[in-house]
Design a protein around this ligand. Sequence first.
Ligand code: S3P
Length: 450
Amino acid sequence: MTSSPSSPHAGLTAELSRALGGTIRVPGDKSISHRALIFGALAVGETRITGLLEGEDVLSTAETMRRLGARVTRHEDGTWSVFGVGVGGLREPAEPLDFGNSGTGARLVMGLVAGHPITATFIGDASLSRRPMGRVIKPLSEMGAHFHAREGGKMPLTLTGARRALPITYRSPVASAQVKSAILLAGLNAPGITTVIEPVPTRDHTERMLRAFGAHIGTKQGKDGLEISLAGEPELTPCPIAVPGDPSSAAFPVVAALLVPGSEIVVQGITLNPHRAGLYTTLKEMGGDIEVMNQRDEGGEPVADLRVRHSRLKGIDVPPERAASMIDEYPVLAVAAAFAEGETRMMGIHELRVKESDRIAATASGLRANGVKVHESDDGMVVEGRSGVVDGGGHVVTHMDHRIAMSFLVMGLAAQKPVTVDDASMIATSFPGFTKLMRGLGASLAGQAQ
Ligand code: S3P
């Protein structure tokens, strides 16, 4: 599951492509897939999941749920079943829990374990072991959990959950759905009301799914932000989950179609949950021809199809308050901005520095390697657009980051000279079949990945 950025055969090169065309579906949403497995493990009885993302990150969570006592099976038709143990029923794992590259899996499961009187050790790859865990260690310790972490609150760490978790009210200093979800997961096994106050609202898949499983969860606007309150010790009742397509994965073929002249594609069935759709609003403001079709509700999430045509883009100021709704999409937005006319300013994105890589630094150096000027600051970047003509020819270091790899492969499809990424193997963490799907649209990708 782990891989070195210098793996000898994992490089991939993208070349100027003919017009992209076709109708596609992208794999299931990563955030919803993690949560479906975790809440399924806490419900009593069978949770059936269709459209689960079978990427490495989510498969790590599936394996973790097994180690914590749930029965998790994949059926031949690609659907999954989770037979849960009930809130409070998890068992102590015999071996360390390995989350690979997945910050979401690790942080959510820390919340889960924190609310149970069990001990577990959390391990992951080099990228995950560099990421800050203090943001969940602090509130979960207030709830009664004990952590032994590496200096600076890093993994590997060992966590002993609370014997009787304390419900808390916590105002999160960072805009993070992972932190919110970890606290709510611990609060499930705490007597009383656990409240998280979010200064900036973040993706609400946890709240939606908890409600669907029968938990009492309320939200209201308070003076310090959005207050999310959960009544502890519910009996969670299984409910079937249809995972919609991932808008963060769809971002790559969508931006590719906007950039490659003559392209027209349709992406079916992605969630346009307002906390996830910021990229699409932004691309439209830049002049992107994106038609939202067949808007519908599927399994409690808003879903739509997108028709995308090649467009001449112009640079804009991306409002910082939109950051949470497109937090994973800035690298590919920066690639779109490189082809736009004029400057694109992206501010209020300090959180990008603690993702799978430092995404501001990795994106900026990838842009520079391909002849694009970028000004980097502590919490943002400004990309100088090249009005449709990007040199390319660069060798991009991905730092074990799937989204850096996919973003720069998209750049290569429309740049003058080929763009190579050093390691495409991490793409399998979130978007299995990326290369095949993009080639099916007409993308020129050369290399041995997937
Ligand atoms: C996620 C939340 C976001 C996002 C990540 C998935 C989630 O992280 O970047 O890819 O599923 O809750 P933060 O909570 O750190 O912002």
